[in-house]
Design a protein. Structure first.
Length: 107
């Protein structure tokens, strides 16, 4: 059975930052907000965001395509759009795989 998945939030990151570095929670929250804002702004401006050892966020343009309304089954045109994609680094992939192996060994 897979381990219970928890969600890491901005508040959780701020709390961790406050504990590890000794910032007060308000300062830690401000730092996290500024990082998230900078990443969001970069993506909105069409920039790729690369965080060494973690991965890269980049934009991808998707062409319009035929789709189907799942409720009615009616054919609809899905308009072209820009989406954010994430590609994890090799280091992150290895870390996740190691965690999965260690977690499943105890079952």
């Amino acid at each position: 059975m897979a381990p219970k998945m928890e969600t890491l939030t901005k508040a959780g990151l701020a709390n961790h930052l406050a504990e590890e570095i000794g910032l007060n929670k308000r300062e830690a929250t401000t730092v996290i907000e500024q990082i998230v804002d900078r990443i969001s702004t970069a993506l909105a401006n069409g920039e790729m965001v690369k965080i060494s050892g973690f991965g890269k966020f980049k934009l991808r343009d998707k062409k319009s395509r035929p789709g189907r309304n799942p409720k009615t089954g009616q054919l609809v045109e899905v308009s072209e759009r820009r989406v954010v994609t994430f590609k994890s680094s090799q280091k992150l992939k290895e870390l996740v795989e190691q965690y999965e192996r260690e977690g499943s060994a105890g079952e």
